[in-house]
Design a protein around this ligand. Sequence first.
Ligand code: GLV
Ligand code: MN
Length: 195
Amino acid sequence: ADPDPLQDFCIADLKSTISVNGFPCKPASNVTSHDFFFDGLTREGETDNSFGSSVTQGNVLAFPGLNTLGISMNRVDIAPGGLNPPHSHPRATESGVVIHGTILVGLITTGNVFYSKTLKAGEMFVVPRGLVHFQMNVGNKKALIITAFNSHLPGAAIVPLNLFGSKPSVPDYVLTKAFQVEQSVIDEIKYKFGG
Ligand code: GLV
Ligand code: MN
């Protein structure tokens, strides 16, 4: 989904104060082999949290060599019973492959149709750009998924955090109306997500 590159590479200079769509390139004379490799996905993520999951991002911010190339990857670790909660990527289609574990993958269209399948090692899925999706570990062992995106910075809007954990918070009268519930329900959910 990102624009095409205009040169072989443009290793991001993340510290530049120049503000452009994307990141400016560091001088080619400073580019080394190091810029084309990234070991950030080698380490298992910490899943000891309320969702029981962890997304380790291999986007342009973590791996500046991806700048302008229109691709990136994540690793998703999920404990048994854990959930990578419903979220959407505004700038990318996502594809993924299960490395190990048993994963329920679900996605919901803009027409509110739900598609899902339980996947095992080696099986792939695709989530069209922008659609809300999740992955849940429905097995009894740790699960690992590697995901790939057609953007160097896909962005992720995590639905519960977006609506109930924003700063400043979304007004309660909007949320009670949106979800057609009492204030107490909104209080409880906001409390959990720090909103
Ligand atoms: C999984 O959905 C991911 O965004 O990496
Ligand atoms: Mn995703």
